[in-house]
Design a protein around this ligand. Sequence first.
Ligand SMILES: [Zn+2]
Length: 281
Amino acid sequence: MFIKKRSGSELSSFLNIVKKCAEEGVFLTDTHAHLHFPELATDIEHHLTEAENVGVKRFITIGINKKDSSKAVKLAEKYENIFASAGVHPHDASEFNHSDIDFFINTFKQEKVVAVGEIGLDYFRNHSPKDIQKDVFAIFLDLSVSEKLPFIIHNREATKDLIDVADPIVGRKNHGGIVHCFNGDKDLMKWALDADLFISFAGNLTYKKADELREALKYIPLDRLLVETDCPYLSPMPFRGKQNVPANVIFTAYTVCKVKDIDYRNLLLTLENNIKKLYTL
Ligand SMILES: [Zn+2]
């Protein structure tokens, strides 16, 4: 279900398949990375080349607050194959000011900005008070409707409130959305699928103890699926514990192939189709 060793026959035979797809021009997108974070931005050319070598050729770099979203957009403007999202992460919700709305509306109109996010609720860390998190989340969901952009949702231990806030907005005409870094929550999965949202899997899908998450993946139709790294966080196996990089999205895709019993090439074609339904890139 996942590659255990950083060398050996399982890894090398997978890398052969990866290489063959890359040569045929069948490629993968890392739909959720933080490439503009200092951990990655300082050596960005290296990370992009390394990703390209394993057929990971398109990236969405995700903003988490006002200042950070500007950095995301700047990086996207520099590279043809990098796109950006802008938003306020629940951790940063208390920093948000209503006077920032104009800044975000302007940002959403930039050519390389393709999504609103990441936004959502995080009751695990609670860096911002719950009421403020909910207010800011609702504001950005509204903006995703008015600016005609898909949204990217972060949820941690807040499923009930998240659905309460998002459901009325998602029930209106929305422009699609993603539940990012899905953690296996069944209520969230059911709601997201009913609302026609996409569910995105990150490196935690590959963890030894993630049987429940892999079980949940069996119930998600292929045409609702995306993969991401969330780098610099959450390295998949066999690189768990090291800083994550965009090239590693191939290992999450590997586990998706095993769970869904689909070959790598077909998975990549399916994911590309999904991305095109959601984004204009
Ligand atoms: Zn993220």
